[in-house]
Design a protein around this ligand. Sequence first.
Ligand SMILES: NC(=O)c1ccc[n+]([C@@H]2O[C@H](COP(=O)([O-])OP(=O)(O)OC[C@H]3O[C@@H](n4cnc5c(N)ncnc54)[C@H](OP(=O)(O)O)[C@@H]3O)[C@@H](O)[C@H]2O)c1
Length: 277
Amino acid sequence: MKQHVLVLGGTGKTGKRIVERLNNLGHMVRVGSRSANPSFDWNKPANWPEVLSGIERMYITYQPDLAVPGAKEAIAALTKVAQDQGVKKLVLLSGKGEVEAEHCEQIVLNSGIDTTIIRASWFNQNFSESHFLEPIQHGVVALPNAGSKAPYVDANDLADAAVEVLLNDGHEGKIYELTGPRLLDFETIVNEIAQATGRDLKYIPISLEEYVGAMKSMGLPSDVVWLIEYLFTEVLDNPDNQIITRDVEELLGRQPIDFSDYVAETAKTGIWNQVVA
Ligand SMILES: NC(=O)c1ccc[n+]([C@@H]2O[C@H](COP(=O)([O-])OP(=O)(O)OC[C@H]3O[C@@H](n4cnc5c(N)ncnc54)[C@H](OP(=O)(O)O)[C@@H]3O)[C@@H](O)[C@H]2O)c1
């Protein structure tokens, strides 16, 4: 049966892939983002009932992160609107190892609406569609936590998993922890991208203090600096987040995408060869 699905963050790394998959399956998809019409803005709840009107299933990504102050209140308010509008199924994208995000998960799980949580590791696509792209284009990637490893997960696996749990029964009340198949540190990542692109890329290990100092001197807002510092300490440095799970395989019946396959596909687009001075 065709469903009316709202995809919040529907132009972002996971959302745009979910929108594409749902459209291909013939569902009626509404994108929820500030640039959509009607516009959805986490900071402007007044028109949320209009955006959710007629929606049966909803994928939720919160911006910028479920760990930030105010996220719990916003998630609770959205959940209430979803109840009022008769939404039947919720899927929340959460972050692995974020205690604050787990509070938000509980709000959605306890809403009375069928809910599934997908709790993700850091995404591969952070290196091609987000904050780690520019340093790669620049040729020098200076990041802290040189010794930390993470099981980066591919946004395509997240999208496939989200579509599975959005559309099919049997996932209600469940929390899936989605990781990639391999633990990677920054040096390995930069070397893999260098090899695939033929570029001379350098990884420079720096301290967290140097990284935070650099962000401040670039004029980044204090809440953004706080979030990045949080993600590098509480999340990337957390040994629990280095556990590789089998949840992608359980959900999709296939192995998760390996970082090398992501690198090979992304290198073909040429994005990493757009050199920034
Ligand atoms: N990146 C990671 O490694 C990672 C790992 C685990 C969990 N997560 C979680 O993933 C979520 C981000 O999802 P994503 O990476 O798929 O998205 P994304 O690529 O960061 O894209 C952001 C999306 O949200 C929309 N957006 C931005 N600000 C908004 C606002 N104020 N109100 C409404 N919409 C807004 C954007 O569209 P407009 O600009 O048109 O509004 C866009 O569609 C966060 O909650 C993060 O904690 C990320």
